[in-house]
Write a protein that binds this ligand. Sequence first.
Ligand SMILES: [Zn+2]
Length: 177
Amino acid sequence: MNRHELPPRLAARPFDTRRGLPIPYVSEHNDGSIDFSLINGTRVLDCVRRSLCSACGQPHEPQIAFVGGPGGFRQRRYTDALTHLECAQWSLRLCPYLALERHQRRGHTEQTAAPGFTQMEKADPVILAVTTGCRVELLHEPGYAPTVQFRPAPWIWATRYEYSHGRLTEVGPQPLS
Ligand SMILES: [Zn+2]
């Protein structure tokens, strides 16, 4: 991927030339390091406080998007932060861990795993769902630092992706109930 092919907000991100990927806002860590597979909790809180997209770090639009498996979609409950719709569509296309079925990475707990890494396995199908608002709750689990949980408002629309020949492919509208 050439950064000039990206939409402007993602093209404005720092770019990992080796992987050919824009570096998501929440993948930049406090010590200046980059780790695509870990989420920087400080940045997630920053996104919550300032209503920023977790991928590009720019202010949200009226429509916001969530990416995850069928369980989170049905319950409207996510630990992965929300993004612009455009950024969600591009991350499904770009992120090798989401886009390629066999590309897995291990060793992170659910609390720190980036989208696509939670539960140590890929969600198949992957649902991209859009709404206009969300509540944020702090989740306290014994033995873990508090984590943020996102509770989206009722969905406006959703679309479903499945792995086809090892690659994540949009298959069409996902029923809302
Ligand atoms: Zn964005």
